[in-house]
Design a protein around this ligand. Structure first.
Ligand code: FAD
Length: 319
C-alpha cells in the first residue's frame, strides 16, 4: 500500500523496495536516498567503490520527492545579479558547471536507460511589471553577449505558447530554450537501480548516530551498527540530527509544491513568475499541474505557513 505521506512524485513512481538486511561493514556509506545520495552512490559505484546507501523511509522522501522537477542550467538568481555578486569570472564558471551537469545528465539517462519524463521544452519566466520586463531584457542581453541562448518574448509571443487566455498584466517573458523538466523520483529510482547494477547496495535504515572507530566511522542505525571507511551525509534538512555542530549555520526554509488534478495541456515549458516569493509550474506529460514556491523561513525556525495559503497563480489567467 502507498504510504499516506508519499508525495506526488513518489505516488507516480513504481514501488521500490529497500532491503532492511544491513551489512555491518562497508567501504563508503551514504546516508539519505534523495537526489544527492542517489547520485553520489551512482557515481561511486560506477567508479568501482563498494557503496552502501541508507534511506530511513523511501527513496525521494525528502525535497527530491516534493520539488518542481526543473532542470535548470544557469545561476540560481538572474545572471546579472550573479555577476555583480560573484564577479564575472566566477559567475561564468558557475554557468559552465551547470551546463556540464546538464550534459552529464543527458548522458547518464541515455547510458543507464533511465526513464523519468526528461524533456527540454525550455523555461519561460513571465514579466508582470515594467521593472520585471526591464530586468529580464537586461538578462537576455547579457546572456546573449556571453554566448548563451536566451530570448525576450513580447506578450503576443508568450500567448502563442500558452493555451489559455493570459491575464492583461503579463507583459512578456524571458525564454531560455533547452531548459529541462523531469520526474524527480523516477530519476532517483533510476540512479539507484543503475548504482545497484554497478555493484552498490541500498537499504532502508535510519542512521541515528555517527562516531569515530579508529580510522573508520561507526554508524548506529535502526537496522544495527555499521563500520565504514567513509560516511557521506546527504540528508539535507535533517543534517543537524546527525551533525548537531552544523545547527548554527543551517536555516530551514519552507517551500512547497502542490499537485492539481490532470487537465488538458496548457503549457509545456518550465514556467516561472515572481508574484510572491517566486513561483514555478510544470504541467506533467499526464496533464497534472504542479505549482511550487511560496518559500519562507520554516515554521520551526520562526517563520509561518501563511504564504502558501494564497494560490495567487489564478491571477495569471483570464479563465
Ligand atoms: C518545493 C520545492 C521545489 C523545488 N524545486 C526544484 C526544482 O524545480 N529544481 C531543482 O533543481 N531543485 C528544486 N528544489 C530543490 C531540490 O529538490 C533539492 O535541492 C534536492 O532534492 C535535495 O536533495 P537531497 O538528496 O540533498 O535531499 P532530500 O531530497 O531532502 O533527501 C534527504 C533524504 O534523507 C533521508 N534521511 C533523513 N534523515 C535520515 C537518516 N537519519 N537516515 C537515513 N536517511 C535519512 C530522507 O528521508 C530523504 O529521503 C526544490 C525544493 C523544494 C522543497
Amino acid at each position: 500500500m502507498v504510504p499516506e505521506s508519499f508525495s506526488y512524485w513518489q505516488r507516480t513512481s513504481p514501488l521500490f523496495s529497500l532491503s532492511t538486511d544491513l551489512p555491518n561493514v562497508s567501504d563508503v556509506a551514504i546516508i539519505g536516498g534523495g537526489l544527492s545520495g542517489a547520485a553520489t552512490c551512482y557515481w561511486l559505484a560506477r567508479a568501482g567503490v563498494r557503496a552502501v546507501l541508507l534511506e530511513r523511509r523511501a527513496l525521494a522522501d525528502g525535497a527530491t520527492g516534493r520539488n518542481g522537477g526543473f532542470v535548470r542550467a544557469g545561476t540560481a538568481g538572474p545572471y546579472p545579479e550573479a555577476m555583480a555578486r560573484l564577479g564575472p569570472q566566477t559567475a561564468r564558471a558557475v554557468m559552465d558547471i551547470t551546463y556540464e551537469n546538464r550534459a552529464l545528465l543527458r548522458q547518464v539517462l541515455q547510458e543507464e536507460e533511465i526513464s523519468c519524463d526528461y524533456r527540454e521544452p525550455g523555461a519561460l519566466q513571465l514579466a508582470l511589471t515594467e521593472d520585471q520586463s526591464k530586468e529580464q531584457r537586461q538578462e537576455v542581453d547579457l546572456l546573449q553577449a556571453e554566448g548563451f541562448s536566451a530570448q525576450w518574448l513580447e506578450r503576443a509571443q508568450v500567448q502563442a505558447m500558452i493555451n489559455t487566455p493570459l491575464a492583461s498584466e503579463i507583459l512578456g517573458g524571458c525564454f531560455l530554450p533547452e531548459q529541462g523538466l523531469l520526474h524527480s523520483a523516477r530519476l532517483v529510482q533510476g540512479l539507484v537501480h543503475a548504482a545497484l547494477r554497478h555493484g552498490a547496495t541500498a537499504y532502508q535504515a535510519e542512521a541515528s548516530e555517527i562516531g569515530r572507530d579508529g580510522a573508520n566511522v561507526r554508524l548506529r542505525t535502526s537496522q544495527g551498527n555499521m563500520v565504514a571507511s567513509k560516511v557521506i551525509v546527504a540528508i539535507n534538512a535533517w543534517t543537524s540530527t546527525l551533525l548537531p555542530e552544523l545547527t548554527p549555520v543551517i536555516v530551514p526554509v519552507l517551500e512547497q509544491m502542490q499537485a492539481y488534478e490532470a487537465i488538458d495541456p496548457i503549457f509545456s515549458m518550465a514556467l516561472s513568475v515572481h508574484m510572491n516569493t517566486g513561483e514555478y509550474m510544470q504541467q506533467t506529460p499526464s496533464g497534472t499541474l504542479l505549482i511550487g514556491g511560496y518559500g519562507s523561513v520554516a515554521p520551526n525556525a520562526g517563520g509561518s505557513r501563511k504564504a502558501c495559503q494564497h494560490p495567487r497563480y489564478k491571477r495569471l489567467s483570464r479563465q
